[in-house]
Design a protein around this ligand. Structure first.
Ligand code: NDP
Length: 332
């Protein structure tokens, strides 16, 4: 078994030297466990927070411990009644080629429904984050303007499409022309802003002539400050992520937004996808339905090779990924 551990905690932007590769013999599963061979590994922005010692929205990784996170694999040996050899499963065993995992923590994946990698994207945590953040908090109505930042990434792309399904006018913000043309041409997004090359205030003004009713915030920082200046009465602002702040060495002092919220009687609410676990099976059914009807497209950025997982992870912070970033580790 090969695994990637957290070797040291990063200061600011993480680097390849913060990770180390280790090898050890695989162990046999005990009663109630299975041995899984990893097929796909997910890399996610929240992992950056877990590399710090302090409080984040997920528990810190131990230095010397394996980088945990979402993965899809195939059962190679089972000592649990619920799974047999050959089954495809999804779980949180992270950056390792083989893992002994408690069967109760695994989700069976239906190979007929969609490509198995989607269990880490549109039919997994990514899709659920977009679903609950947008629909439970944002609640877009037909004709309203929905702005989404990080729009060319995994969650943002699903948010944009769900908002279109709900009949809203959608504005996507990303840092790349490739992402923005995909959003417009493939996903039918109404207007796009490139925060790296456009003059942000002017571009937002032009893209949102009727103001902003829902702002789905994936990035925080100055992009969000500019959007918040344009919210309408009773706007809803789901706070999903703040990726522009994750690698700052010092905390960032932004404008105080309370008076904007007060004047517009707006709702700003942070949320964690895990809080909606009870409703997730139903949401996954609905997402799968839209996928099968062709109303929802999913883009995946797949890098091949276990040894390239750190590189794939670091690429999230330079915007290398169009859609969900995955690493393919082995064939079924
Ligand atoms: P993405 O696929 O969106 O990947 C990250 C993207 O963020 C990059 O492609 C890049 O796109 C953009 N980005 C990177 N650095 C910056 C920056 N400094 N300023 C603006 N944009 C930047 O990741 P996910 O879809 O998986 O996650 C999106 C957000 O949602 C993250 O903030 C994440 O932490 C959060 N999240 C929250 C969850 C929850 O339960 N609340 C669950 C899952 C995710 P670009 O080219 O546009 O710069």
């Amino acid at each position: 078994n090969r695994k990637i551990i957290l070797d040291s905690r990063p200061q600011g932007m993480p680097e390849p030297r913060n990770f180390a590769f280790q090898e050890e013999p695989a162990t046999a599963p005990a009663a109630g466990e299975v041995l899984v061979k990893t097929l796909y590994v997910s890399v996610d922005p929240y992992m950056r927070g877990r590399m710090n010692a302090g409080k984040s929205y997920a528990k810190p990784y131990e230095v010397g411990g394996v980088m945990g996170g979402g993965a899809v694999g195939q059962v190679v040996e089972s000592a649990a009644d619920s799974f047999s050899k050959g089954d495809i499963v999804s779980g949180g065993w992270g950056w390792q080629t083989l893992a002994v995992v408690g069967a109760a923590s695994l989700r069976p994946i239906d190979r007929e429904l969609a490509p198995i990698s989607t269990a880490l994207g549109v039919l997994g945590m990514t899709g659920l984050t977009a679903y609950f953040g947008l629909l439970a908090i944002g609640d877009p109505q037909p004709g309203e303007t929905v702005v989404v930042s990080g729009a060319g990434g995994a969650v943002g792309m699903i948010v944009a499409q769900l908002a279109k399904i709900k009949g809203a006018r959608v504005v996507g913000i990303s840092g790349s022309e490739l992402k923005n043309s995909y959003l417009k041409q493939e996903l039918g997004v109404d207007a796009v802003v490139n925060y790296k090359t456009d003059e942000l205030e002017e571009a937002l003004e032009a893209a949102c002539p009727d103001g902003v009713d829902v702002y789905f915030d994936n990035v925080g920082g100055e992009i969000s400050d500019a959007v918040l200046r344009r919210i309408n009465k009773n706007a809803r602002i789901p706070i999903c992520g703040q990726i522009s702040l994750y690698n700052l060495k010092q905390s960032d002092q932004g404008p105080r937004v309370q008076s904007i919220l007060l004047t517009n009687t707006a709702l700003m609410k942070g949320f964690l996808v895990g809080d909606y676990a009870k409703d997730s099976p139903q949401a996954l059914k609905e997402l799968a339905g839209w996928l099968q009807e062709g109303k929802l497209k999913h883009a995946e950025n797949i890098i091949e090779g276990f040894e390239r997982i750190p590189e794939a992870f670091l690429g999230l912070f330079s915007g290398d990924n169009l859609g969900k970033q995955l690493v393919k580790v082995a064939e079924v």
